[in-house]
Design a binder for this molecule. Structure first.
Ligand SMILES: C[S@@+](CC[C@H](N)C(=O)[O-])C[C@H]1O[C@@H](n2cnc3c(N)ncnc32)[C@H](O)[C@@H]1O
Length: 264
């Protein structure tokens, strides 16, 4: 391993320690916010896009990075991937494991507590890597090096990440700093693009400009179906806006990158 990479990993150890402590001791505070933001059908189109790129036919052995409470671990296993899933925090892994095994006792998942910047796997072992809302916790260069290292040649990776430019989400973050770790940061759109250029990448896809307005309906009890309808309509409007006015991508809330490990 290169000395620069080893030094950077070493420099990052105090950040990783803080991330671990926060996710073991404070992440439970986010539960209600996570339900508000991520409960289906919100984010279904992002996850579907990621899953379509990681078709189990060519991505059998899959590494999920930063599984959190396992929102997608079960889906990945049900689709026929053999899933190795890592998270820094054993509290998060335990929650994910309980959730997955309650729903699918024979799920094909291996649970590993590990740091995504120093993966405990040999070179080239995985067909695919999946991550959602994880890169913004990591050093992007270390993460790219590790993802490339553990992927086989032409192996695929997909990441969906929060971006920094959405005004409403920006405001939400400003008023709730205690619901986030000190070192995480939503990515600037050019940071996500720079990460993607370290691979053979498809163009970055952007999601959600107006759709987050629907969350106001989710705050009102009894309006679940109205929320679903508004979310559905607004996310379609968003896709049209982003197709016809590409400069609006700087305001999008999420970016999705679809990557292939370059052939040597
Ligand atoms: C925002 S949550 C996302 C969880 C899940 N992917 C989702 O979409 O709900 C980020 C997760 O990454 C984990 N994490 C943070 N830093 C990490 C690191 N260096 N290595 C592995 N996991 C990490 C945290 O413990 C947390 O469970």
């Amino acid at each position: 391993m290169e000395t620069v990479q080893l030094e950077r990993q070493h420099e990052r150890r105090h950040v990783i320690k803080n991330e671990l402590r926060w996710h073991e001791e404070e992440a439970h505070r986010r539960q209600r916010l996570d339900e508000l933001l991520y409960k289906a059908p919100a984010f279904d189109d992002i996850v579907e896009d990621q899953l379509a790129f990681l078709d189990p036919a060519h991505s059998h052995l899959l590494l999920e990075i930063g599984s959190g409470t396992g929102k997608e671990t079960l889906i990945l296993s049900r689709r026929g991937h053999t899933v190795y899933t890592i998270d820094l925090s054993y509290v998060q892994i335990a929650a994910a494991k309980a959730q997955v095994l309650n729903n699918h006792a024979s799920a094909n998942v291996v649970w590993v507590q590990a740091n995504a910047e120093e993966l405990p796997f040999a070179d080239g072992v995985f067909d695919a890597v999946y991550g959602k809302a994880i890169l913004h916790h990591l050093d992007l260069d270390l993460a790219a090096d590790e993802v490339k290292r553990v992927l086989r040649d032409a192996g695929r990776a997909s990441f969906a990440e929060p971006l920094a430019g959405h005004p409403l989400i920006w405001l939400g973050r400003r008023v709730t700093p205690h619901l986030r770790t000190r070192d995480e940061h939503p990515l600037k759109w050019n940071e996500l693009t720079a990460f993607a250029t370290q691979f053979d990448a498809l163009p970055v896809k952007y999601f959600y400009i107006l759709a987050p307005l629907a969350y106001f309906l989710r705050l009102v009890p009894g309006l679940a179906r109205t929320f679903n309808l508004f979310w559905h309509v607004l996310r379609h409007v968003d896709q049209k806006l982003l197709d016809f006015l590409p400069f609006l991508r700087q305001l999008a809330w999420y970016g999705v990158v679809s990557l292939r490990k370059p052939l040597r």
